[in-house]
Structure formats: structure tokens, C-alpha cells
Design a protein around this ligand. Structure first.
Ligand code: ADP
Ligand code: TZP
Ligand code: MG
Length: 296
């Protein structure tokens, strides 16, 4: 059994690990992202979000602007009825409570049993033992994707609270967490995305970078939470290519931010213009703006 970083390996004993996804040439990412966005818009997948109270509004609006159908249902009493019918689940521990964690565990189990992908956002995982233990327990329930900022991925990958963590914001650069992301991906079986000035996405072998976005995103609360929910929507329409779907979601969010920034005068107007830009995104603009590249 692989217990790298203290996290139990997720592949059943004797099972040969799945090979990495085939490599998409750098010049094909724009076309691929447009294909997935069109799929999302035509299918309008139902995305359940059990998330923090800060992020609910932005997360739901970003999902709607992309073409998905958000539902912020989180009561433990509703999970057995509702969760089997969702297309994907997003779990975010931003304002974690005992009750919230019970709902998260139940929903992740039900989603996994129903064959629905779920994603984890380990917000401020190094802030308390409660958060770290909650995340390590959730990893046992096999998220398809984990997306965090660099400090969060460094903490979760080491299964220990890192000392210079400062709450929900990162005190590290995304590049600092690439090796940790690969290690976490191998030990958890999830695609791992580290966000930042460049987003890095890995399946434990291949690493892809996505360079879209604007630094002012850091001045709007819950942009990380919102992009994690967008990843859930993208993997719901392309579950067998989770690395590609994750990179496309991050890059599309970044392109919408770049377009929004051309009209914005500060964080509040960027928030509004980002949502408008995501809603109106067309093929030509997406393909010409996307900046995704193979790192290794
Ligand atoms: N310096 C930056 N330049 C461009 N985009 C950024 C920058 N920092 C973060 N982003 C983008 O902002 C979004 C949120 O990422 P991040 O701030 O790392 O997450 P969190 O809000 O969870 O800390 C992501 O889409 C990421 O690509
Ligand atoms: C401010 C804050 N406090 C608890 S959750 C939260 C939102 C964090 O959002 P993000 O991780 O996207 O920055
Ligand atoms: Mg975050």
C-alpha cells in the first residue's frame, strides 16, 4: 500500500494505475476548450456545491455564466435524495463546521457510489488540525480533482499544517507547489491544480501550465472557490479527460478575467465584468487568448 505523505493510496491492491492522459499539443488547447465550453452550454449540468458562506453568490453566478446549473444544497437530510442526481459535486471547506463536514462526507460518498465526479477545494487547510483532518478524511472518498492555492497544496500534500500559512490566501508562488501537487496527485489518485499567476495542473506525471488571468483576481474574495466549481462543471461533461477539463476551466476563467479587466476600474467592477465576459465568450476570442502549455 502506498502511504506517501501519510495518505492512503486509492488504487485497489493489484490494480495497475491508469496511464496518464495522452498529451494534447499546445496549439490544440483553444479548440479543446471551446469544444468543452460548448458541451457545457448545451448540457447545462447540475452542479451541487457544499461551500463556504463567503463564496456562494460568486460561485453560483460563475457557474450560471458558464452554462451550468448550480445548487447550493447542503443539509445532511437532503443528500440521499438529491446528490445521486447531480452531474458533479464541489466540496469547499472554507467555513467548515461539524455539521458541514458531516454533509460533505455524506455527499462525497453518495456521489462516488453514483459514479458522479466530485472536486475538493481545501481552503486554508493549514489553519487548524480540524481542517487538515477533515481534508485527509475527504481524500479517502476519492475526489476527481483537488484545486487549491500554492500554500494549500503544499500543506495538504505534506499532510501537515505548514507554518507560514496565513489563512485563505497563499503565501507561496504556484511554481513552489508543483512537486507537491505531483506527489498529492499520485497519493490521492486525483488531478491536482495549483492556482496562481500561472496555474499548474497535474495527474502526477504530466504537468500543464495555464497562464491566463489577471492579478486583480486576488482582490476579489472567492475567485479560487468559483474556479474550483467551474472545474466541477467541466469535468462533469468530460470525466474521462479530467486533466484537460481542469486546465480548460482554469484557462477559460482566466480569459474571462482578462476580458473583464479591459472594462473594469477595480475589483468590484472586475467581478461584474468577469461574469459578463464568461457569459459572452466566443470561439474566436477564446482560441486567440488561451495560453496553455505543456511543462513536463
Ligand atoms: N498573480 C495572478 N495573476 C493572474 N491570475 C491569478 C493570479 N493569482 C491568482 N490568479 C487567478 O485567480 C484565481 C484564484 O486563484 P488563487 O488566488 O490562487 O486562489 P485562492 O483564491 O483559492 O487563493 C485563479 O483563476 C488564478 O489563476
Ligand atoms: C475569506 C474567506 N474566509 C473563509 S472562506 C473565504 C473565501 C475564500 O475564497 P478563496 O479561497 O477563493 O480566496
Ligand atoms: Mg481558496
Amino acid at each position: 500500500m502506498d502511504t506517501q505523505n501519510g495518505i492512503t493510496a486509492t488504487a485497489p491492491a493489484g490494480k495497475i494505475p491508469e496511464p496518464p492522459e495522452p498529451h494534447l499539443p499546445d496549439d490544440q488547447w483553444g479548440r479543446r476548450a471551446w469544444e468543452l465550453l460548448q458541451k457545457l452550454r448545451s448540457r447545462a449540468p447540475l452542479i451541487q456545491c457544499i461551500t463556504n458562506v463567503v463564496s456562494m453568490d460568486l460561485m453560483a453566478n460563475v457557474l450560471l455564466a458558464a452554462g451550468a446549473s448550480p445548487a447550493m444544497l447542503s443539509s445532511l437530510n437532503e443528500i440521499s435524495d438529491f446528490t445521486p442526481g447531480v452531474d458533479a459535486l464541489c466540496i469547499n471547506i472554507g467555513t467548515l463546521s461539524e455539521d458541514g463536514l458531516a454533509s460533505m462526507r455524506a455527499a462525497a460518498s453518495v456521489a462516488a457510489e453514483a459514479g458522479r465526479p466530485w472536486v475538493l477545494d481545501p481552503v486554508a487547510v493549514s489553519a487548524s488540525d480540524f481542517r487538515m483532518e477533515a481534508c485527509l478524511g475527504l481524500l479517502e472518498l476519492r475526489p476527481a480533482v483537488i484545486r487549491g492555492n500554492a500554500s494549500e497544496i503544499l500543506g495538504l500534500a505534506s499532510a501537515r499544517r505548514i507554518r507560514n500559512s496565513k489563512g485563505v490566501d497563499s503565501s507561496h508562488q504556484s511554481l513552489d507547489a508543483v512537486e507537491a501537487a505531483k506527489s498529492l496527485s499520485r497519493s490521492s489518485g486525483a488531478i491536482v491544480a495549483v492556482s496562481g499567476a500561472v496555474d499548474y495542473i497535474t495527474d502526477g506525471h504530466t504537468v500543464v501550465g495555464a497562464r491566463n488571468g489577471v492579478s486583480m483576481l486576488q482582490k476579489i474574495t472567492a475567485t479560487g472557490c468559483a474556479v474550483t466549481a467551474l472545474i466541477a462543471a467541466f469535468i462533469s461533461v468530460e470525466p474521462l479527460s479530467a486533466l484537460e477539463a481542469t486546465a480548460c476551466a482554469l484557462s477559460i476563467f482566466g480569459v474571462a478575467a482578462e476580458l473583464g479587466m479591459e472594462m473594469a476600474t477595480g475589483p468590484a467592477s472586475l467581478r461584474m465584468h468577469l461574469i459578463d465576459s464568461l457569459d459572452g465568450l466566443n470561439e474566436h476570442v477564446l482560441v486567440s487568448r488561451m495560453n496553455v502549455f505543456r511543462v513536463s
